[in-house]
Ligand binder design. Structure first.
Ligand code: GLN
Length: 360
């Protein structure tokens, strides 16, 4: 898949109509698909600047040139391009699922007694802040926080319960444990093991440390696709309710907390930059997956295993940035405001405009 051909493009024709209406709905699937297709080609140019994760040896075998996306609007047809149905391990995207289940099963107070709600500004597998202060892990979307959440979950649910919920919330009954990735990570997870024992020493993990570590690593080793992540994103975008079967998969409050933490902490020490450039709550994983939630509009799943320095999909981030701009999916975008300010994004025009309006 190193070239720019997209044999899996489902829709290619163009249309002159706007792609999003004033109710934030994507209304022009064909046009949107063409925009996404162009964005894919741009995003592919980033791939040589990244690399697949090798600290889990099995992940090092992935083809870095793969790139796929599924964008599933709340109303309208899903758009699937490139390697959207290729299986890869969910890795840290599963931290969102662990958080959802912990909030539902153990409750908000129990969860935030163990972990904070703040971005860490540190690498995903950092131990630094944990040891120098008495603090709990910064948030549930970094390794230390997710391990603490696993300690809460372990007495309540089995891994089988978790995989069943994951299949349902991702509308993908083919999700399985990838045994070789799981074995590979268990052999090389000394950092996570250190974090888990440190958490035990601080009284944050009170379950058996090795069992907790195995549970966490299994959750990271589930095989998903970009399409499964888009299905999960779509339920989060719709307040926890599936548009298709009308079932509620989590409470409103849980959906809101998950989305807020994805926006502030989902991309590790790249979270602030990503929020500025893309403005869509997103959670990454070192398997190359990205789960994005364009609230009230669409769920988006991306797969691109070449990673940047923070461990986020390098082409996936570029792809989301392009799509966010072109399809106006930024959280703070309002179609009504945009009408008068078509050119407002150019740095050169801003100062002149401000002077003309006598605000500067
Ligand atoms: N399983 C991986 C780990 O714990 C997940 C990390 C990630 O996806 N950022 O290191």
């Amino acid at each position: 898949m190193a070239d720019n051909t997209n044999e899996k493009v489902l829709v290619t024709e163009t249309a002159a109509e706007p792609v999003i209406d004033k109710h934030y709905q994507l209304i022009e699937t064909k046009r949107a698909a063409e925009i996404i297709d162009k964005a894919m080609n741009l995003a592919r140019e980033e791939i040589p600047k990244g690399a697949v994760a090798t600290y889990i040896p099995e992940l090092g075998k992935m083809d870095p040139h793969q790139l796929g996306i599924c964008l599933y609007p709340l109303k309208g047809d899903k758009i699937c391009l490139g390697d959207y149905d290729t299986r890869f391990t969910i890795q840290s995207v599963s931290k969102v699922i662990m958080l959802i289940v912990a909030l539902e099963v153990c409750g908000l107070k129990a969860v935030f007694r163990k972990v904070g709600m703040e971005p860490s500004g540190e690498a995903f597998d950092s131990l630094v802040e944990l040891d120098v202060s008495n603090s709990k892990p910064y948030n549930p979307l970094i390794n230390s926080g997710a391990l603490a959440v696993c300690g809460l979950l372990l007495p309540e649910v089995s891994f089988q319960d978790m995989i069943r919920y994951t299949r349902n919330v991702c509308s993908d009954m083919d999700i399985e444990l990838n045994e070789s990735v799981f074995d590979s990570e268990m052999k090389t997870c000394s950092r996570n093991r250190s974090i888990a024992y440190l958490l035990e020493s601080k009284g944050i993990i009170t379950t058996d440390v090795e069992d907790t570590l195995r549970f966490y690593t299994k959750m990271c080793s589930m095989n998903v696709t970009a399409e499964s992540l888009a299905n999960l994103g779509k339920k989060l975008a719709n307040d926890g309710v599936c548009v298709v079967d009308g079932k509620r998969y989590m409470s409103s409050r849980t959906a809101r907390i998950a989305k807020t933490l994805m926006l502030t902490c989902g991309m590790y020490d790249g979270s602030g930059t990503f929020a500025i450039k893309v403005g869509i709550p997103t959670k990454s994983g070192v398997g190359g997956g990205l789960l994005s939630v364009s609230d009230k509009r669409a769920g988006i799943g991306v797969f691109g295993p070449a990673l940047d320095a923070q461990g986020n999909s390098i082409a996936g981030c570029k792809l989301l940035r392009e799509i966010s701009n072109k399809l106006r999916l930024n959280l703070f975008y309002d179609p009504e405001w945009d009408k008068e300010n078509a050119d407002e994004n150019s740095d050169e025009t801003v100062l002149k405009d401000m002077q003309a309006r006598s605000v500067m």
